[in-house]
Design a protein around this ligand. Structure first.
Ligand code: SF4
Length: 353
C-alpha cells in the first residue's frame, strides 16, 4: 500500500499546499506510523533546508513583572512561579549574554523583554543594544521580541538593524480568550502585521498543550501560514508551578513530533523551530524531531534552563546535521561566486592596492 504521508509530501513538494484535513491526518497518525510521518516530513525539510540547523540564542532583557495575564506564562501577573525577576539589563550585560550565545554557535540572537509592549524609551534601549551588537558581530541576525508594538516602533527597530520580530499568536483565535484576557488575538496579529509592514522578517508561532483541540492546533497553524510567518517557533507548554496551567500535561513525545511534522507539511519552506519545552516533552525523541524541524534554541529559555549547549550541538552533529553559518556549513556550500570588482579602475573608489 502506498504510504499516504509520502504521497502527501510529494504533493506538497509539487506545489499543492496541504489542507486542514491533511494536517489533521498527520496529527492523528497512529504511533506505529510515526517513522513514516517523520520520513515524509523529513524529505520536505531536506528539500528546503538540506542538512542545516539554525541555532538561535535567547537573551531575556527584562524578566517577570508583567501586567498581562497569559495563563501559560511564568512571568505573568499573578504567577507565583519562583523565576528570576529583573528590570532591563544594561547594554554591556546584554552584549555579554548575546556574545556568549554567538560564541556557542548561535547565528541569531533573540532579544526578549517581558511586558505588554515597549515604551519609546524601551525602543531606544534596544536599538542602542542592537547597534552595538552589530558593530561587534556584523554577521549576527537579531530578532526582537518586545510585545505589542505601537505605530512607528517596528520602523525604528528596522532602522537600527533589527532583522526579525517575534510575536507569537500562541493559539487558535477560537481558543485565545480562554488563555489570556488582557489583550486580544487581533492585537497579536496586528503586531505581526506591523513588523511585516516595516520590512522585519515575521517570526510567529504557537504553544501546544494548553487545552486546545486538534482542530484548534490546525487552525493556529493555518493562521500562521496565512500571516506569512517566516519562522514558526513551536513551543510545548511548560506547566510551571504557580501558574494557572500548572499540572497541565497533555503531550507525549510522539505527539510533539507529529505536531512538528504537521507544521512542516503545512509550511514546508518555513523555518520550523523546536522552541520551549523541547527537552521536557520530546525527551528521547529530540533527535527524531530534528529530522522534521530545522531550528532550535541553544541552551536556556527565558525563565527555565535547557539542556547543556554542548549537548544541543552534539545532537546536531550526531544526527548528521550542521549548524547554519558554521565553518562546516560554509565549507559544504563550496567556493563563493566571483565577487564582481566595484573599485579601482573605471570607478571613483580607491583601488585594492
Ligand atoms: S505578555 Fe509576554 S511576558 Fe507578559 S504574561 Fe504574556 S507572554 Fe508573559
Amino acid at each position: 500500500m502506498a504510504d499516504i504521508f509520502q504521497l502527501l509530501a510529494e504533493r506538497v513538494l509539487a506545489g499543492t499546499p496541504a489542507t486542514p484535513e491533511d494536517a489533521l491526518a498527520v496529527l492523528r497518525a497512529d504511533d506505529a506510523e510515526l517513522v513514516s510521518v517523520v520520513a515524509a516530513a523529513g524529505g520536505l525539510r531536506r528539500a528546503h533546508f538540506g542538512n542545516t540547523v539554525k541555532v538561535n540564542y535567547l537573551v531575556n532583557l527584562k524578566s517577570g513583572l508583567c501586567q498581562e495575564n497569559c495563563r501559560y506564562c511564568s512571568q505573568a501577573l499573578g504567577s507565583a512561579a519562583p523565576i528570576l525577576k529583573y528590570s532591563w539589563l544594561s547594554k554591556d550585560d546584554a552584549l555579554k549574554q548575546a556574545g556568549a550565545g554567538l560564541g556557542g554557535g548561535a547565528g541569531r540572537v533573540c532579544l526578549v523583554s517581558s511586558g505588554r509592549g515597549p515604551s519609546s524609551r524601551d525602543i531606544d534601549r534596544v536599538t542602542d543594544m542592537v547597534v552595538a551588537l552589530k558593530e561587534e558581530h556584523p554577521d549576527v541576525e537579531v530578532c526582537a521580541c518586545l510585545g505589542l508594538l505601537s505605530d512607528g516602533q517596528a520602523e525604528r527597530l528596522k532602522d537600527a538593524g533589527v532583522d526579525a520580530y517575534n510575536h507569537n499568536i500562541n493559539t487558535a483565535e477560537s481558543h485565545h480568550d480562554t488563555i489570556v484576557q488582557t489583550h486580544t488575538y487581533a492585537d497579536r496579529v496586528d503586531t505581526v502585521e506591523k513588523a511585516k509592514g516595516a520590512g522585519l522578517s515575521p517570526c510567529s508561532g504557537l504553544i501546544a498543550g494548553m487545552g486546545e483541540s486538534d482542530e484548534q492546533l490546525v487552525e493556529a497553524l493555518f493562521a500562521l501560514r496565512e500571516l506569512g510567518s517566516d519562522s514558526i517557533p513551536i513551543n510545548f507548554l511548560m506547566p510551571f508551578d504557580g501558574t494557572p496551567l500548572e499540572n497541565t500535561w497533555e503531550l507525549s513525545p510522539a505527539r510533539c513530533v507529529k505536531i512538528l511534522a504537521m507544521a512542516r507539511f503545512v509550511c514546508p519552506d518555513k523555518e520550523i523551530r523546536i522552541a520551549g519545552g523541547r527537552e521536557m516533552h520530546l525527551r528521547s525523541l529530540q533527535s527524531l524531531a530534528l529530522h522534521v524541524a530545522n531550528s532550535i534554541f541553544l541552551g536556556d529559555y527565558l525563565t527555565s534552563e535547557g539542556q547543556a549547549a554542548h549537548a544541543d550541538l552534539e545532537m546536531i552533529r550526531d544526527n548528521g546535521f550542521v549548524v547554519l553559518g558554521s565553518e562546516e556549513e560554509l565549507a559544504q556550500r563550496g567556493p563563493a561566486d566571483p565577487a564582481i570588482r566595484r573599485r579601482g579602475a573605471g570607478t571613483d573608489r580607491v583601488p585594492n592596492a
